[in-house]
Design a binder for this molecule. Structure first.
Ligand code: GDP
Ligand code: CA
Length: 347
């Protein structure tokens, strides 16, 4: 890659970075972060340890299998197994099992269950049924993929995001469905009226999650979905408090650019929460740590430079830099800007 300026004064002292991640947005950011850290460390000194606390509220049981889309997207992306074009699932994937299930008329037929991917779900489900917690299963799967990060599920407990939509056929006029059905079957094309993370109140943080946030030198909120990725991670009892209380600077990157998500369905879900769909709106939704929220610093895209003053007025340090993850160099530069902003707010 082209030479990026080296990180600031804390390069030598920064040992641990903790990132709260969803799937595609978080995984792409992590690729850039690892690329940056490795190129910085080349020759002189260790690469800081990166711990990823991944959203598991997208998880779904289908055909008797436990599927964890965000964990797998991070694991495959960093482990070199992702289909980069699609952004999810395996390279060289085939779909025979999905076609066979459809030929039997077995629902649901809308979920993209690839043949290679199926092996991951089979291993995971077998291990869960043998009594291992999801965190242990994830560690076992990562022994194959070697993602170069410590990948921790936000929780070992079952939490499932459901989306409430209008439905004239229901007496209440509304219907709740699993997030995956809203996203994959309905393409998030109908308005979301509410987002319900089922089971979250009774859940607890997975092993190592609170420690990873408490003991970090930097905590990063990558450009992941603020509602159904980072929102659910922060909703696990104990996690938001850990982020609020860590001695580390907490810095985030806007997943909204020019008033829209770059890909995904963040805009629909922010609208359901009555959050303004803008870089400043998402920052305000997270809030400043000094005012009861979770952020010390926030990066907005250069196109949203007009939002910087509003974010600062909310008590959050803010800079405008390019935030489009078009390639590894661009993404590494975003990671650089993140660590620089962390240094600034820590200093
Ligand atoms: P998911 O679980 O696969 O939806 O992935 P995440 O929650 O980690 O990230 C999804 C979010 O990433 C989307 O809602 C977008 O807002 C954001 N996103 C995707 N690509 C980009 C990009 O290139 N730049 C920025 N700033 N945000 C992005
Ligand atoms: Ca997700």
């Amino acid at each position: 890659m082209t030479s990026l300026p080296r990180t600031g004064s804390r390069t030598g002292t920064r040992q641990a970075i903790t990132v709260l991640s969803g799937g595609v947005g978080g995984a792409r950011f992590l690729q850039g972060l690892l690329h940056l850290l490795r190129s910085d460390a080349a020759g002189d000194g260790p690469v800081p340890e990166v711990t990823v606390v991944a959203n598991t509220a997208d998880d779904i049981w289908l055909h008797g299998l436990k599927i964890c889309p965000d964990l797998d997207t991070v694991m495959y992306t960093l482990g070199g197994g992702i289909d980069a074009e699609r952004g999810w699932g395996r390279t060289g994937e085939t779909w025979h099992a999905k076609e066979e299930l459809a030929a039997y008329g077995v629902e649901p037929t809308w979920f993209g269950l690839g043949d290679r991917d199926l092996a991951t779900h089979l291993v995971r489900t077998q291990m869960l049924e043998a009594g291992y917690p999801l965190s242990a299963v994830t560690a076992a799967l990562c022994r194959r993929w070697q993602p170069g990060v410590r990948l921790l599920p936000m929780s070992d407990d079952r939490v499932e995001t459901h989306i409430v939509v209008d439905d004239a056929d229901e007496p209440s006029g509304r219907r709740a469905m699993h997030f995956q059905e809203y996203w994959i079957r309905l393409h998030a094309e109908v308005p979301a009226r509410a987002v319900v993370p089922v089971g979250i109140e009774a859940s607890g943080p997975g092993p190592g999650v609170l420690e990873a946030i408490r003991d970090a030198d930097v905590v990063v909120l990558p450009p992941s979905n603020p509602v159904v990725s980072i929102g659910t991670i922060l909703g696990v009892p104990g996690i938001r408090d850990a982020v609020r209380e860590t001695a580390a600077p907490v810095v985030g990157l806007s997943p909204v650019v020019r008033g829209d998500h770059v890909r995904g369905m963040a805009a629909q879900l922010l609208t359901a929460l009555e959050v303004e769909v803008s870089a400043a709106g998402v920052a305000g939704h997270y809030g400043a740590r000094s005012r009861g929220g979770v952020l010390d610093g926030w990066l907005v895209d250069s196109a949203d430079a007009a939002d910087v003053d509003r974010v600062r007025a909310a008590g959050i340090a803010c800079r405008a830099v390019p935030l489009m993850m078009t390639d590894l160099d661009a993404t590494a530069a975003m990671a650089r800007a993140t660590l620089d902003l962390a240094d600034e707010v820590a200093g």
